[in-house]
Design a protein around this ligand. Structure first.
Ligand code: BGC
Length: 255
């Protein structure tokens, strides 16, 4: 197992891509702290499954859109498992409004949940790694839209573009201390965020035709990439992005 003895935190770990990451990390032997703000039963089910399989997991109710919530999450991980090795900034939302439709409170919410959480999550995880006198890894789940405009989803794209520069800047700042910061950038994934597309056959078909690998990702396919980045196999990766998108960014729609 590639992550035996490692302690990992996954924000928004109870659903969607987060759930796929939690399962993949646990399958490789990491003890996983599953952060959630809604649906505590989903976190509880995951803890039960991981524990039944002989692993270690803990659910923590913490709102990572505030620095206090993030600190509570990290403190809970350390209180239960003694240390921190891997911190995954996964929590994210989107509202699918264009620039002209965007409301101020909506913008602030998306930016807080997606980007502020990642900035202070990276900061607090790095402070913990330094206190431990250890290195560590921060994995930021961005999106192909860290680089690729998605008209009609303005605030989301701004937040993911911000994560791109968070990772590059923090990775450069923290590299000398042995702390790595890497973005994993998914394309389209079968999660609640994409429910409307997945439940409409015509929309789903159109999306799949735009993906060279011809399928919308399962959350586990993103989880496997996070395991690689967070494990020793990824030891020379920092301040950069790994795109895990089935080729969608390079696809030639309709050809
Ligand atoms: C967005 C989805 C979108 C996908 C591919 C994701 O980051 O959350 O709404 O379908 O990118 O464009």
């Amino acid at each position: 197992m590639r992550l035996e003895g490692k302690i990992a935190v996954v924000t928004g770990g109870n659903s969607g891509i987060g759930e796929g990451i939690v399962k993949a990390l646990a399958a490789e032997g990491a003890a996983v702290v599953i952060d959630y703000v809604a649906k505590p039963e989903d976190a509880a089910d995951l803890v039960k499954d991981i524990t039944a399989a002989g692993g270690k997991a803990l659910g923590v109710d913490a709102d990572v859109s505030t620095a206090d919530g993030i600190q509570k999450l990290i403190d809970s991980a350390v209180a239960t498992f003694g240390r921190l090795d891997i911190y995954v900034n996964n929590a994210g939302i989107e509202t699918r409004h264009s620039l002209l439709e965007l409301e101020e409170d909506e913008y602030e919410k998306v930016l807080s949940v997606n980007l502020k959480s990642a900035v202070f999550g990276t900061q607090r995880a790095a402070k913990r790694f330094l206190e431990q006198g250890s290195g560590g890894v921060v994995v930021n789940i961005s999106s192909v839209h860290e680089d690729w405009p998605m008209p009609g989803n303005l605030a989301y794209c701004v937040s993911k573009g911000g994560m791109r520069m968070l990772t590059r800047t923090a990775g450069v700042e923290l590299g000398p201390q042995g702390i790595r910061v890497v973005n994993v950038a998914p394309g389209a994934v079968a999660t609640p965020i994409n429910d409307a597309t997945m439940k409409d056959d015509a929309k789903r078909q159109k999306l799949e035709n735009a993906i060279p690998l011809r399928h919308v990702a399962d959350p586990g396919e993103i989880g496997d990439a996070v395991v690689f980045v967070a494990s020793d196999a990824g030891r020379y990766m920092t301040a950069t992005t790994v795109f895990v998108d089935g080729g969608i960014m390079q696809g030639s729609v309709g050809l």
